[in-house]
Ligand binder design. Sequence first.
Ligand code: ATP
Length: 328
Amino acid sequence: MTLSMKDKILKRFLLASGEPISGQHLAEELGISRTAVWKHLQSLQEEGYAFDTIKKKGYLLLSKPDRVDAASVASMLSTKRFGQTIHYMEECATTQTISHELARNGALDGTVVIAETQTAGKGRMSRPWESTKGKGIWMTVIIKPDVLPHQAPQFTLVAAVAIVNAMKSLYSSFTPVIKWPNDILINGRKCTGILTEMIAEMDRVQALLIGIGINVNQQQEDFPESLHSIATSLSIEEGSLLNRAQLVGTILNYLEKYSDLYIAEGFSPIKILWEEASGTIGKQIKATTLTEVIQGKAIGITESGVLEIQLENGEIRSVYSADIELDE
Ligand code: ATP
């Protein structure tokens, strides 16, 4: 993990679980002077962290601002690669654009770009994505798997399975379901969008950019009017404010695990996990593609992540890209 000295100090406090840490110990452990430790603590205080000084014991972290910075996420990670480098920013146009730049300049597999807000967040087909400041997870994971370009869309499904399972491991009041291909819904409303982009040559993927947008702590009034009936947040569904850094870390843990599973065993185990978490399979749906509207029962996804729809006359149609609605 490439952490600055300040972030290393912060990580120690985040892992100390309410115990004070002696300034002397920190200084020795990190090979810096006590004055340097004190200066870093000053600067953390300016960022909103509160410390108490406890006689003969050292410093105690009292409270932290709600941020998804590298140190907060690092304390939740059990990965080897994913999230080991995190570029954190208050604001950017989109984390995808920054990731393109980083990926072309040799970013390592599993590098993450995460922002408190995006000023020009995008979904599929450049549709705008609302990224409320400090309330959601707006991030891109750069991965460099040894796969062919046609396999890229499967990583949207790998990511969806990772996100759903991370949510299920942390929260108990709701069940997230995947809507093919790239959304996660709770009670019919969208809480998450995934956008996978690719940098590739004809026969080789250089990098995949998995963009993930999750509504975490928004309340109904934080959403613009136009999203009131279609969007929800995890906090609205769970009934309490949630720890975003914990969710980011947990997602990265699952994402590394499932990407590795995909590389080792192919799409079959992912397909099983995906179908388990899907809200589309087995339902009557209406799929609007660029050229037609297909109505029928969603019966499964193929090895390549293509959605199969059975028409009333029994014919099976493969859908590569479409807007899906449940047809009730
Ligand atoms: P759908 O199939 O639901 O129309 P999509 O998969 O095509 O959506 P995306 O392209 O992933 O959607 O996302 C863009 C759309 O999502 C926007 O047009 C808007 O309706 C909706 N949206 C934008 N921001 C948010 C948000 N923060 N939470 C939920 N929905 C959002």
